[in-house]
Write a protein that binds this ligand. Structure first.
Ligand code: ARG
Length: 469
């Protein structure tokens, strides 16, 4: 295409076609168009507010920009690679539409502060949506937990049976991880929500602009204090990718558990047909593709975090074209996190069922009540370490005899230690083992009921619902 180049008359020759496409970001930064338009509208209004252009001119610019918005929404605005990037594409279309006044839009602005503004507006909105999704998943976890306070599940350390748990307690652990994710994104949002607009190319501008005016119009809470920092800072993007990586860590850990639970070896959950897939060759298979994919997609978000850290580490001030590489990392991470949260929410809400009978059976088949025998003796005055050693011996004997602790007779118990009485059987029954862990934050049913109430209160608090997706 023999398009007039957007940069200056300094250039005589045309760009090599391969370099045109190497240089272009329009293929992906079109994703920013709505934010670019919004930022430009604010900029045009500021130019009029400060008398840099007339209000009639500003109105023409704003009308043109809004027209481009509807063209884009109607699928009529599809700039090609010759536009280089979304910023040039919009400016070119604007000038086509409104004539020479379109050429005034870029007064007192550079693409450097413009693109910085765009990605902040984009990220701010994405953060709000992701935080809403986190709350939705928390809501599903809470409902599942509420229905399963008394459902027991083996608890593990080192993936070895440790102590039985209330299933609600297990699920609430994930609720808390997501709670931190929600908070973290809220904190990051504060640093995302600072305006670089008006930093211009790197040094500010000769025009009497009002940066606070555009910041207010765009609902930023402040402006960058230093123009060099404003155009070249991507800390906020790295923080976002770091928080996104942690969200993926949490989703991936939950995925891993679901995958294990769905195996024949564990058999703790059944996957519903709506969220499982089959094998093309083994007719008996039902595969946990959803949690596997969530676990698998985690790596790309970690990769984007790493990419952006490396991207930034050697950059001299201020803008460098390297920064164009930030976008695909952000866009793909946002899509991956959102898709992962959505899939996990569906999976938990309607895609799996806990096999409660199998779970109840599971907790009776092991030695996960051994600590309780030691605690029993310790509560009767036997020093804990001594009790611990004695129970270790009992477990060894039981293992050799193919017995569980509950199979020992009272005389056998009393032979081991005179402090044992008939209430030992109650003390080692799984339900009692769980109920007894009534320390704050523990799995005891009373604690779990408190925790559920408190978690529900937090989730329903008005702060959660102030911004909608
Ligand atoms: N497409 C560019 C980017 O994404 C816009 C900023 C270009 N600035 C420049 N000085 N070449 O970073």
């Amino acid at each position: 295409m023999t398009e007039q180049k957007t940069w200056s008359q300094r250039f005589e020759g045309a760009l090599h076609p391969a370099i045109v496409s190497f240089n272009a970001s329009i293929g992906f930064d079109i994703e920013l168009i709505e934010y670019d338009l919004t930022g430009s509208v604010a900029h045009a209004q500021m130019l009029a507010h400060t008398g840099i252009i007339s209000s009639e001119e500003a109105q023409q610019l704003v009308d043109g920009l809004e027209k481009i918005r509807s063209e884009y929404r109607n699928g009529q605005f599809n700039p090609g690679i010759d536009a280089e990037d979304v910023h040039f594409a919009v400016e070119r279309r604007l000038t086509e539409m409104v004539g020479d006044v379109g050429k005034k839009l870029h007064t007192a602005r550079s693409r450097n502060d413009q693109v910085g503004t765009d990605i902040r507006l984009y990220l701010r909105e994405q953060i709000d949506q992701i935080r809403n999704q986190l709350c939705q998943l928390q809501g599903v976890l809470l409902n599942k937990a509420q229905a399963n306070v008394e459902t027991l599940i083996p608890g593990y350390t080192h993936l070895q049976r440790a102590q039985p748990l209330s299933l609600a307690h297990h699920l609430l652990a994930y609720f808390e991880m997501l709670e931190r994710d929600w908070q973290r994104l809220g904190e990051i949002r504060e640093r995302v929500n600072i305006s670089p607009l008006g930093c211009s190319a790197l040094a500010g501008t000769t025009f009497p602009i009002d940066r606070h005016y555009t910041a207010t119009l765009l609902e930023f809470t402040g402006v960058y204090r230093n123009s060099l920092d404003g155009v070249s800072d991507r800390d906020f993007a790295i923080e976002f990718l770091s928080a996104s990586s942690l969200i993926m860590v949490h989703l991936s850990r939950l995925s891993e558990e679901i995958i294990l639970w769905a195996s024949q070896e564990f058999g703790f959950v059944t996957l519903k047909d709506s969220c499982a897939t089959g094998s093309s060759i083994m007719p008996q298979k039902k595969n946990p593709d959803v949690p596997e994919l969530v676990r698998g997609k985690t790596g790309r978000v970690f990769g984007h975090l790493q990419a952006l850290l490396v991207l930034m580490k050697g950059l001299p001030l201020a803008y460098n074209k390297d920064l164009q590489e930030d976008k695909e990392a952000l866009f793909d991470s946002v899509k991956t996190v959102k898709a992962g949260l959505a899939a996990m929410t569906i999976l938990l809400e309607e895609g799996l069922e806990f096999r409660t009978e199998r779970l109840a059976q599971a907790v009776t088949e092991d030695f996960s009540n051994a600590t309780d025998v030691a605690d029993y003796l310790a509560s009767k005055g036997v020093p804990f370490r001594e009790a611990y050693n004695l129970v270790g011996k009992v477990v060894k004997t039981c293992l050799a005899a193919g017995k569980l602790l509950k199979d020992l007779t009272l005389p056998e118990w009393q032979q081991l230690h005179p402090a044992f009485e008939a209430d030992i059987y109650e003390a080692i029954a799984p339900t009692q083992v769980v109920a007894a862990r009534n320390s704050y934050g523990g799995t005891g049913f009373e604690q779990v009921k408190q925790a559920l109430k408190e978690a529900g209160g937090r989730l329903r608090s008005s702060a959660r619902l102030t911004r909608s997706a």
